[in-house]
Ligand binder design. Structure first.
Ligand code: HEC
Length: 142
């Protein structure tokens, strides 16, 4: 964990996360409409362009049954990447830079091609996604 945070700080990704902003679940539900093009949450969620995001916080990367992840994400999961809030915030800022940094592989490809530029949007959408991750509190502790 320390290694990736240090590496991300070096790329400037981490500092882009800046000081903690207040998170707003209702605003996050609206932002999630953008994620919904590819991801679903809730009881009847199914994998689409991207994997379902129920329980994503605390889950090993690339581990949803029946979803075919890109090679980079499979490698990151095999290398021990487990999603927590901080890592998801960095991932959705720029999935490709995140995977390349995590894998230390300048050629790694990200199957998720969307970048979320606005910090407040990222914070809010995460607050919403977290409501579908019952284990989130436990993972926040580590
Ligand atoms: C254009 C489609 C698209 C959009 C929009 C999108 N994603 Fe993704 N997302 C993907 C794909 C495809 C993957 C699988 C990545 C891989 O296999 O490399 C993914 C993977 C993820 C993962 C890792 C999941 C896992 O099981 O390891 C998270 C977390 C995630 N997305 C969050 C988000 C959030 C939050 C949003 C909205 C802010 C979002 N994504 C918007 C396509 C998208």
């Amino acid at each position: 964990m320390r290694t990736i945070l240090t590496a991300l700080a070096a790329t400037g990704l981490l500092s882009a996360a800046g000081p903690a902003l207040a998170q707003d679940v209702a605003a996050g539900e609206k932002v999630f409409k953008k994620c919904k093009a590819c991801h679903r949450v809730g009881d009847d969620a199914k994998n689409g362009v991207g994997p379902i995001l129920n329980g994503v916080i605390g889950r090993p990367a690339g581990s949803v049954d029946g979803y075919k992840y890109g090679k980079g994400m499979q490698q990151a999961g095999a290398a021990g990447l487990v999603w927590n809030e901080e890592l998801i915030l960095e991932y959705i800022t720029d999935p490709k830079v995140f995977l390349r940094t995590y894998l230390d592989d300048p050629k790694a490809k990200a199957k998720m091609v969307f970048k979320f530029k606005k910090e407040q949007d990222r914070m809010d959408v995460l607050a919403y996604v977290k409501t579908f991750s019952p284990d989130a509190e436990a993972s926040a502790a580590d």
